[in-house]
Design a protein around this ligand. Structure first.
Ligand code: NAG
Ligand code: NAG
Length: 345
C-alpha cells in the first residue's frame, strides 16, 4: 500500500509545492524581484526619511506613512533617506498633481551628488507635468561616476492616469544590474558590463523624493511653464519601501550582513517578466537614447544596435514616430535635471 501510494503522494507534494510556493505570497522563492514587491514592509516617514527642503510644503498623513509634498510660488519640497545605501530595493507609490501641471517635475531618485560631487552616481524616475488634456510623461536615467555628459534618458507614456490613483515605482539595484519597475512591471534593465565601465553606479546613494519647478525644460523644452494660478501642485507618496544595505556614513563601508541581502544580490528576471518588459517598451517607450543618432553618432557602448525591428519606429533624434515629436528635446538637458535641482537648493 505504502509503496504504491508513495509515487503519487510524492507527485502531489511537488505539484502543490510549486502551486503554493509560486503563488504571489511566496513568489519570493521563484522570482526575487516580484516577491520583493509583495512582501517587503513599508516604512513610516520618520523611520526612513528626513525632510530636505520646503518647510510646510511637506506634510505627513495616515500615521506618518503618507507624505504630501507640494509646489507653490514660494517653494517646492522634498525628502531624503536618512541613510546612504549600497544596493537594495527602493519603492514608493506615488500620486501626481492633477489638472494643469506644465513645468512641474516630480522626481523619485537615488543620488550621491552631495557626497561625491565630481564622480556622482544617480538613478532617476522623473515625472514631467503637462498642459491640461495632455498626459504626464515618465523618464528614467542612469548616471555613474560623474558621467553627466552622457545622458541615458528613456521616456515613456503611461497606460494609466498617474494623477487619478497611486501607482508603484521601484528601483532594484545590485552589483550586476539595475531594474526599474512600474506597478511590478519591469520597464528598464541596465546590466553592468565592461563597456559601461564606471558608468554603472557603484557607490552608495541616498534616496530622494522632490517636487520642483522645471519651467526651463520639463514641458515641450520649456515652452510651457509652471502657472502658479493652479498652485499648489500636490504629489503624494505612500507604501515607502527601503530595503537596502545601509553604509557607514564615515567610511562608506557596508554594514550589510543581513541574511536577506541575497534577495537583491542575485536577481534575475523570469522569461514572463522579460516578455512584459519588452512589451512595455515596444508599446510605451517614446524616446530612447540608444536610437538618438543626432546626439550620439556613435551610441554609448552598452547600446545593442541589433534591435533593428524596434529601431525603425524611431527617428534620428531617438523619438518614436507618431504623435510625440513636439515633445522632444526636453530630455536633452545635458546634465541631470535632478542634479541641477540639487544644485539650486
Ligand atoms: C571614476 O572616476 C574617477 C575620476 O574621473 C576615476 O579616477 C575612477 O577610476 C573612476 N572609477 C571607475 C570605477 O571607473
Ligand atoms: C550644457 O548646457 C549648458 C547650458 O545649459 C551649456 O553651457 C553647456 O555648454 C552644455 N554642455 C554640453 C556638454 O553640451
Amino acid at each position: 500500500m505504502v509503496s504504491t501510494l508513495f509515487p503519487s503522494a510524492f507527485f502531489f507534494f511537488f505539484f502543490f509545492f510549486f502551486i503554493f510556493v509560486c503563488s504571489p505570497v511566496f513568489l519570493f522563492f521563484c522570482n526575487a524581484s516580484a516577491a520583493l514587491l509583495e512582501s517587503l514592509p513599508t516604512l513610516s516617514f520618520e523611520e526612513g526619511y528626513t525632510q530636505l527642503f520646503g518647510g510646510g510644503n511637506l506634510i505627513l498623513l495616515g500615521d506618518g506613512k503618507r507624505v504630501r509634498i507640494s509646489l507653490d510660488e514660494r517653494t517646492g519640497a522634498g525628502f531624503a533617506s536618512q541613510d546612504l545605501y549600497l544596493h537594495g530595493f527602493f519603492s514608493a507609490s506615488i500620486k501626481l498633481p492633477a489638472d494643469y501641471a506644465a513645468g512641474v517635475v516630480v522626481a523619485f531618485y537615488m543620488s550621491n551628488g552631495d557626497v561625491f560631487p565630481k564622480t556622482h552616481d544617480e538613478l532617476d524616475f522623473e515625472f514631467l507635468g503637462n498642459i491640461r488634456g495632455r498626459e504626464w510623461r515618465v523618464q528614467t536615467n542612469v548616471y555613474g561616476n560623474g558621467s553627466t555628459a552622457v545622458g541615458r534618458e528613456e521616456r515613456y507614456e503611461l497606460w494609466f492616469d498617474p494623477t487619478e490613483d497611486f501607482h508603484r515605482y521601484s528601483i532594484l539595484w545590485n552589483h550586476e544590474r539595475i531594474t526599474f519597475y512600474i506597478d511590478d512591471i519591469p520597464i528598464r534593465e541596465t546590466v553592468r558590463s565592461a563597456a559601461m565601465a564606471g558608468c554603472f553606479p557603484s557607490k552608495p546613494m541616498s534616496l530622494y523624493s522632490t517636487i520642483w519647478d522645471g519651467s526651463g525644460w520639463a514641458t515641450s523644452g520649456g515652452r510651457y511653464k509652471v502657472n502658479y494660478r493652479y498652485a499648489p501642485y500636490v504629489a503624494e507618496f505612500q507604501d515607502l519601501v527601503i530595503h537596502g544595505c545601509a553604509v557607514n556614513p564615515m567610511d562608506h563601508s557596508s554594514a550589510c550582513e543581513r541574511p536577506d541581502a541575497a534577495i537583491y544580490g542575485s536577481s534575475t528576471m523570469s522569461p514572463e517578466q522579460r516578455a512584459q518588459m519588452d512589451g512595455f517598451r515596444r508599446k510605451h517607450m517614446t524616446y530612447y537614447y540608444c536610437y538618438d543618432r543626432d546626439r550620439y553618432p556613435t551610441p554609448p557602448a552598452e547600446c545593442k544596435m541589433d534591435q533593428i525591428e524596434t529601431r525603425q519606429y524611431y527617428g534620428a533624434d531617438g523619438v518614436r514616430y507618431g504623435g510625440h515629436r513636439r515633445r522632444r528635446r526636453g530630455g536633452r538637458h545635458n546634465r541631470s535635471s535632478v542634479a541641477q535641482a540639487d544644485a539650486a537648493l
